[in-house]
Design a protein around this ligand. Structure first.
Ligand SMILES: Nc1ncnc2c1ncn2[C@@H]1O[C@H](COP(=O)(O)OP(=O)(O)O)[C@@H](O)[C@H]1O
Ligand SMILES: [Mg+2]
Length: 425
């Protein structure tokens, strides 16, 4: 078991590409930490730096309290499993799993016992004498995990180990990974772009975007109280409802979120009211997940939006409604893409130039970041509110719809997408 500390770890690839930007993070002894983020955000780069397969450009890596930047991979006592866990094709499953023990010159009887025992845990007992070519994808990944873990490393690193498997196998293996890793108590860092994997597996999730750490916390913390609108949106299986509102405090009676055609009242008794009122006269972003909204009858006089049903979507276990509510769509604010700036003062080169022409440079963009006039949103797309209806579509297309709002579920962000810190209820 091992603790892992990253202190402002940065990776600039040759050619100037900034893949990981000043990442500070700790995995506790025995913890299951998931690195989550969209493709290209730097997850694999980070994992490879921990394993010693990629050089750290700046910053420090500590393994078990020891500075490890320049430790050779074999001296880190780390095991790694990749997306398509390559196996030795001419060795049997047993031979593959025993390989790290053979290298370590383990006692043959003990080795045999250990592999047999682990194969039972991984449900691949009956394949031990077979070659990898005869196995299913799920079985091959089990063997790869077995081979990685057989020597009981201090640190287990997994890079999207399930992403090549079909959905059923993914679910099955997900539960087994969780059970295996927890029974061994080995510190694990697990990379995925799949929010369900992250939420179900992790003790804590660290979420990355464009090489920058966005948030870190338990699954419940980052789901219910995300640090940025990006995190809120990324952890949503449907699109996050994100609207801009102006803050008022009419006659100091309550805090009013004014969405144009819609208004929501936050009473002073609400513990978040004071923090929101600091933005009086200015704009905030209001996020609400589809399950924080619900159809209500016309006579309902609680907090609500209204609009027209543009479409209904059948998802098997539930219906979703898309409600046209007459306000502009707000793109989810993302951190500035510093990866372009990493090319140095002589300019960002051709691609960087193109990115700048498309999106404006950072200063221009910040000036434009008055909500609703985001660069690239020139079409003034209208927002749809997405509402979960459960198993029964209570509306039909084109119906007038009233949508009740669970005000306690509103997530409040500044126009740059960072959370407005409000006391938790
Ligand atoms: N060897 C490399 N040289 C240059 N750029 C790289 C190299 N490997 C990865 N990158 C770039 O670094 C960024 C992060 O890559 P990666 O860590 O693989 O992301 P992820 O695993 O999150 O998909 C990407 O933009 C990728 O193109
Ligand atoms: Mg990757």
């Amino acid at each position: 078991m091992s603790s892992v500390v990253l202190d402002k770890v940065t990776k600039v690839y040759p050619g100037g590409h900034l893949a990981v930007d000043r990442m500070s993070l700790k995995a506790e002894n025995g913890e299951f930490l998931v690195l989550l983020g969209p493709s290209g955000c730097g997850k694999s780069t980070l994992l490879r730096m921990i394993a010693g397969l990629e050089e750290i450009t700046r910053g420090d890596l500590w393994l078990d309290g020891e500075l490890a930047n320049h430790l050779a991979p074999r001296d880190r006592d780390v095991a790694m499993v990749f997306q398509n866990g390559a196996l030795y094709p001419h060795r049997t499953v047993r031979g593959n799993m025993a390989f790290p023990l053979e290298i370590a010159k383990a006692d043959p009887t003990k080795m045999r016992e250990r592999v047999t025992e682990l194969s039972k845990v991984l449900h691949i007992e009956e394949t031990l004498e077979r070659r990898p070519g005869t196995l299913s994808g799920g079985q091959r990944q089990r063997v790869a995990m077995g081979r990685a873990i057989v020597r009981q490393p201090k640190l287990f690193l997994m890079d999207e180990p399930l992403s090549n498997l079909d959905a059923g196998m993914r679910t099955e293996l997900r539960m087994e990974i969780s059970a295996l890793v927890r029974s061994l108590g080995v510190t694990t860092i697990y990379v995925t772009h799949d929010q369900v994997e992250a939420l179900t597996l992790a003790d804590r999730i660290a979420i990355l975007n464009r090489g920058v750490l966005q948030d870190v916390g338990t699954p419940a913390q980052i789901y219910n109280d995300p640090a940025t609108a990006f995190v809120a949106a990324f952890l949503n299986s449907q699109q996050l409802n994100l609207l801009a509102a102006t803050v008022h405090t009419p006659q100091n009676q309550y805090v009013l979120l004014d969405f144009g055609p819609h208004r929501l009242i936050i009473p002073w008794s609400d513990p978040r009211a004071y923090a929101i009122s600091q933005y009086v006269g200015g704009q905030v972003l209001v996020g609400v997940r589809p399950d924080g909204l619900a159809p209500v009858p016309e006579s309902y006089d609680g907090p609500a939006f209204f609009g027209r049903v543009r479409a209904l979507e059948y998802h098997g276990h539930e219906w979703l409604a898309y409600i046209e509510c007459g306000v502009p769509a707000v793109p989810v604010p993302e951190p500035p893409d510093r990866r372009v700036a990493a090319h140095g003062p002589e300019g960002p080169g051709r691609l960087g130039g193109m990115v700048r022409r498309l999106f404006g440079n950072r200063e221009e963009r910040e000036e434009q970041e008055q909500v609703g006039q985001h660069p690239g949103s020139g079409t003034h797309r209208r927002a749809d509110l997405i509402v979960r209806l459960g198993g029964r579509p209570v509306w039909r297309a084109n119906d007038a719809a009233k949508v009740g709002v669970d005000v306690s579920r509103l997530m409040l962000f500044r126009p740059d997408g960072s959370r407005i810190d409000t006391p938790r209820r």
